[in-house]
Design a protein around this ligand. Structure first.
Ligand code: R5P
Length: 298
């Protein structure tokens, strides 16, 4: 079987080294800079000829990443890699999965089409699958979706005594119910109405379930933070124990971490996107998914 090799897109060095260590294989990187006219210069640093390459690139703030990523994927293939997969701990452009208003672009489909052309497989964690049942509906290459709920549950169980898990909306029920079942904790799910990109209304569906337990708000994504902040305010109205937020992907739009600090609200995330809230390591989870796809390639 051809040897495995990992390559980091800029900003993905820590995850790439962790994965290469787990596979006891080599790792390289993509060199990148901008020309004065803002076009991208991309260079594969390291030899990839005959190797099974996994390029690591988390896809938060995707618009500046996608073109260099496609250039890198294409270069790796042209340089003779036996295969080229993408490890995207966070996969972007999953939320616009239909035309809500006439004329809107269905960006999830276009993004998937662009990436599928340049890679052989994809591994990611908890993409925001809402109306799509699987990534196969939009990605034309094998895609392995991994789930972080057990890791979230493990962190909660190891760090919070007497938790009650709280889903801020019906979409989060899958997270919350799985994580709660794993650690034998109760859970409740709130009702959310989104009124704009940064405006949400949230209301409690049950008020007398909290007791002395620590409310742990659990969601897949924290972006503007409005969902967690509104949910935390609802919970504070009925619980004397201050809540904590736990999410898989910490996107944190500008100013969001400062808002959490103002609200005196602690937030913990996995390291799918590198930032100060990272407490839960997903490199082992990713390695399991990569190993499965790699053995299918052999
Ligand atoms: C929504 O459907 C997601 O599960 C999250 O609740 C949402 O993306 C969080 O966004 P924000 O932090 O901007 O409220």
């Amino acid at each position: 079987m051809n040897a495995q090799y990992f390559i980091a897109m800029p900003g993905n060095d820590a995850m790439t080294s962790a994965l290469a260590a787990k596979f006891a294989c080599g790792a390289g990187r993509i060199e990148m800079r901008r020309f004065p006219d803002e076009e991208s210069y991309v260079r594969v640093a390291g030899k990839v000829d005959g190797l099974r390459v996994a390029l690591v690139c988390t896809l938060d703030r995707p618009d500046t990443k996608i073109l260099p990523l496609v250039f890198a994927l294409d270069a790796v293939r042209e340089l003779g890699a036996a295969s080229i997969g993408l490890v995207a701990p966070y996969l972007a452009y999953m939320r616009q999965d239909r035309r809500f208003e006439p004329g809107e672009a269905i960006t999830s489909r276009s993004f998937a089409r662009i990436l599928s052309r340049s890679m052989d497989w994809l591994v990611t964690i908890d993409p925001h699958l809402h109306r799509y049942k699987s990534l196969g509906e939009i990605y034309s290459v094998p895609a392995r979706v991994l789930h972080a709920a057990p890791l979230l549950a493990e962190w909660i169980s190891g760090n919070i005594s007497q938790p009650i898990l709280v889903g801020p909306d019906q979409e989060s029920r899958q997270w919350v119910s799985q994580a709660a079942a794993k650690i034998g904790a109760p859970f409740t799910v709130l009702e959310k109405t989104r009124k704009g990109d940064r405006v949400v209304d949230i209301r409690l569906t049950e008020t007398n379930v909290f007791g002395d337990r620590k409310p742990v708000l659990v969601d897949d994504i924290v972006s503007s933070g409005e969902t967690f902040i509104a949910a935390a305010r609802c919970v504070r109205a009925v619980s004397s124990v201050p809540p904590i937020c736990v999410a898989v992907h910490g996107l944190f739009a500008e100013g969001t971490l400062a808002r959490f600090a103002q609200e005196d609200l602690q937030v913990v995330t996995t390291n799918t996107i590198s930032n100060a809230s990272n407490r839960i390591d997903v490199s082992g989870l990713l390695a399991d998914g990569i190993a499965e796809l790699s053995s299918a390639e052999a």
